[in-house]
Structures are given as structure tokens and as C-alpha cells.
Design a protein. Structure first.
Length: 419
């Protein structure tokens, strides 16, 4: 099997995902996506006519985020028209999945130069999605989109309620969750202060060349566990809200599968992933193409995997995905130097650490989505780039990246730093 290498990794800063409040919220999603594609082109003197495909992750493919953003953003970035593009949706796992598919195309020998990445403008999704619901065109019935037959077989609840349910099931306390949220902020603040993200972050500029955003907007470095302890749980109001008209509540959906589970609201804004706008992209190449064009690989794709788990609790698949991808790679947890696990909610990563009995210092060493935000379709590509930067900074060899996705799924990937 051929080798697939990561040549470069870039991302935008993440802006607050509220229309009119975040710096990126006034831009078209394709503009934000084009930013990282332009950066890959310019940083690597890329002949874009050689790009076999652009595999892109966007979860909410609606309105301005519809219409195959991978292809349209490439055209907007000035890529040669020969550079094809496709856009996919594995919910939060879209960015990792895009990378895994790109690697698979190269490793199979079918393609030589592929870009993987994603973009999500949560400010736009919130506003557009609200208009769709107001028009009566959408459903609030979990990820089943109102499919009563599917809900009967696999009840799917609100993700925040699922997070609280998992914490109750696993015996993870509010105190532990708040401590995790505060630590994410501390680590992110340290990483920003020390310039650990500088290699990958590229500014977003307007058409006139003025800088729209060149720094992270979301972090709150002053956060403490004591301050988080004073916040009211965010998802208590959803637990007993009907999932759709005349339907069961979100709590009842979970109790259909787990009747004895007492769900206590615990998560809040300080222990949940931030709502942000952003994009990220990775340049992947075959060994032959890299050598021919004097490209220096930064990492090698070692193995990829996908796993499905209980869609009712929804967020528990990362542990199984990590075990599966390590088995494929012939590695153990002791071999992994950097773990990047998306902080969808504090309980996801807290459970991951406990289940695998990991050294906490190696898991999300530079903070995560609680502090920095989670631009859904882009986050997987962000995490892969973050893991690569950390491996280079620390001198580590292997990085494992995984994340939960709606529907009870998790993709995973292991990369190896190339010296």
C-alpha cells in the first residue's frame, strides 16, 4: 500500500458564532473556506491543476453552506478548474472523515494530491436554521429528523441531555466536569501565549485586503473552576421539552432505552463546546508526488477507523474508535504521544481518559473546543493540525485524533511525525 503524507495544515482563527458579534459572521462561508485553500496554495507554491480532489466537511449543508462548498470554495480561492471537490457530512466527525477518505485515495494509488478539510459558520447555521423551523420546514426531533419509525427503534435525544445522561451513568460529578472545563481554558491560554498555534493559523482578510480576524475570539482565560461552579446547567430546560409536537421529551427518549437512568443536569456553557465560525484544511500527497515536487512531508497517515455506538447516548463512540484504530496500526496506548479528542462536552473527554486510563497531560495538551470552539465540519481537520503541531513542538512520534459524532459514531486517525 502506498504512503499518504501530510504536507501542510492550516486553519483560520475561530470567531464567536453569533451573527453580528463574531468577526467572521458577515462573511460568506465560501469566503472563509477559501481562506485556508488559498493559504495552502501560497505556502506550498501549489500547482492547483495537480489537485486531484478536495474532500470537504460541512455538516449543515443549507443555504449558503449548501451547493458543494469544497468545489465552490476552491473556485473562489482561485484554484484551477481541474481541481475537483466534494462535500460530505458525518456531523461533527466530518473533518476527520474528509481526511481519512483523502488518505485512502492516496494509499490506494488512485490519487496523488488531495486536500481535506472543512468549514462551518455556526452564526449562519443558527440564523438560517431558525428561519427554516419558523417556516415549518424542519423538525426538532433529535437527529432522526422526525422519522417516527427510526425514533421508535433508536431514540435520539438532545446532545446536551445525552452528555448529562452519560455523566449520570458513569458517576462523573459536576465538580469533575467543571475542573475539566477550567483546565481546557488554562491550556488554551498557555498555548496562545506561547505561540503554539502560530504555525497553522492564517488570518482571514476581506476583499480589500484588510484583516477581518487574526486571533481567537472565543477563549476566556480568566475562567476558574470556582466560577464555573456558579453557572446554572444549560440543558435542564431541554430535558423535559417535547422533542417534537406531541412527542416524548428528550429525557423520555433516553429513558426509553435506559429506564432506570436518573438524568441530572450538569453541563453548561463552560463545560460544552463553543459555538464558533471557522475553517481548516490539510494538504496530503503521495510519496512519489512529494519527492517529485520537493515537498517535505510533516507526517504520515498510519491508520484510520470508523465506529458506531449507541445512538441514544450518542457521544460514547470515541473510546471504541481509538481502540480500533490502534489495533489497525499495531500500536498500544503507550505508543501515543498526543491525543486530540474533541471536547464536545467535558464528559466525553473525561470518560475517554478514565476508560483508557490515560496520562492527562497528553490529552488535549493545548486545550480544546470548550475553550476554543467547535466549528462542526472543520473541527476534525483542526484537531489533526493541532496534533501535528504539538508532535513537532514536543518531539513526539504518534498522535491519535478522534471525536464523537451524532448518530452514535466516531471516526479516528493516527498520524506519525516525519523527522
Amino acid at each position: 500500500m502506498a504512503e499518504a503524507y501530510i504536507i501542510d495544515a492550516v486553519r483560520t482563527p475561530r470567531s464567536i458564532g453569533k451573527m453580528g458579534k463574531g468577526a467572521l459572521s458577515a462573511l460568506h462561508p465560501q469566503h472563509v473556506a477559501a481562506t485556508v485553500l488559498k493559504a495552502l496554495k501560497d505556502r506550498n507554491n501549489l500547482n492547483t491543476a495537480d489537485v486531484d480532489d478536495i474532500i470537504w466537511g460541512t455538516s449543515a449543508q443549507m443555504g449558503q453552506q449548501g451547493g458543494d462548498m469544497g468545489r465552490m470554495a476552491a473556485l473562489d480561492a482561485g484554484y484551477d478548474q481541474k481541481a475537483s471537490g466534494v462535500t460530505l457530512d458525518r456531523f461533527c466527525g466530518s473533518g476527520i472523515t474528509a481526511t481519512n477518505l483523502a488518505a485512502g485515495q492516496i494509499m490506494s494509488g488512485m490519487e496523488d494530491l488531495v486536500i481535506a478539510g472543512g468549514c462551518e459558520m455556526m452564526s449562519y447555521v443558527t440564523v438560517f436554521g431558525g428561519k427554516v423551523r419558523e417556516a415549518g420546514l424542519g423538525s426538532s426531533g433529535g437527529m432522526s429528523n422526525g422519522n417516527a419509525r427510526l425514533q421508535a427503534a433508536h431514540p435520539q435525544s438532545h446532545q446536551g441531555v445525552c452528555a448529562d445522561a452519560i455523566a449520570a451513568k458513569e458517576g462523573i460529578s459536576r465538580t469533575a466536569l467543571d475542573a475539566f472545563g477550567a483546565e481546557s481554558q488554562r491550556r488554551a491560554a498557555r498555548a496562545i501565549q506561547e505561540g503554539r498555534f502560530d504555525k497553522s493559523v492564517v488570518p482571514v482578510v476581506a476583499d480589500d485586503g484588510s484583516v477581518v480576524l487574526d486571533h481567537e475570539e472565543y477563549p476566556r482565560p480568566e475562567t476558574t473552576a470556582e466560577g464555573l461552579a456558579e453557572l446554572k446547567p444549560a440543558f435542564a430546560m431541554f430535558a423535559d421539552m417535547p422533542s417534537q409536537a406531541d412527542g416524548p421529551t428528550f429525557r423520555q427518549l433516553i429513558n426509553q432505552k435506559y429506564p432506570d437512568l436518573a438524568i441530572e443536569p450538569m453541563h453548561h456553557a463552560g463545560t460544552s463546546s463553543g459555538v464558533v465560525d471557522g475553517a481548516a484544511a490539510l494538504l496530503l500527497a503521495s510519496k512519489e508526488y512529494a519527492e517529485k515536487h520537493n515537498m517535505k512531508p510533516r507526517a504520515r497517515i498510519v491508520a484510520t477507523a470508523n465506529v458506531g455506538d449507541c445512538p441514544t447516548l450518542m457521544l460514547n463512540a470515541p473510546v471504541a474508535a481509538a481502540n480500533k484504530v490502534m489495533a489497525k496500526a499495531g500500536l498500544s496506548k503507550e505508543d501515543i504521544d498526543v491525543w486530540e479528542v474533541n471536547e464536545a462536552f467535558a464528559v466525553v473527554v473525561e470518560k475517554f481518559i478514565r476508560d483508557l486510563d490515560l496520562d492527562r497531560s497528553k490529552v488535549n495538551p493545548n486545550g480544546g473546543a470548550i475553550a476554543l470552539g467547535h466549528p462542526i465540519g472543520a473541527t476534525g481537520a483542526v484537531l489533526i493540525g493541532t496534533a501535528l503541531d504539538e508532535l513537532e513542538r514536543s518531539g513526539g512520534r504518534y498522535g491519535l485524533i478522534t471525536m464523537c459524532a451524532a448518530g452514535g459514531m466516531a471516526p479516528a486517525i493516527i498520524i506519525e511525525r516525519v523527522e
